[in-house]
Design a protein around this ligand. Structure first.
Ligand code: ZN
Length: 64
């Protein structure tokens, strides 16, 4: 059971520093390091600064 929040609320709370930044992004085409925002394959910023997979990875880390 993952923490689900409305995207707009999440963006408001985490505009500066999404907690997901604590972990690296697992996506091969992104591989954002901890503390850095996710990027699309074209190196554009992604919404919220994190990919959904990174959020899942972060949630898994918390659950472990
Ligand atoms: Zn990413």
């Amino acid at each position: 059971m993952g923490a689900q929040m409305p995207a707009d609320l999440r963006a408001t709370l985490n505009r500066q520093h999404p907690p997901e930044w604590a972990v690296a992004c697992p996506l091969p085409y992104c591989q954002a390091k901890p503390g850095t925002p996710c990027r699309s394959p074209r190196r554009r910023p992604v919404p919220l600064g994190v990919h959904p997979s990174r959020a899942d990875h972060y949630a898994a880390t918390l659950a472990a």
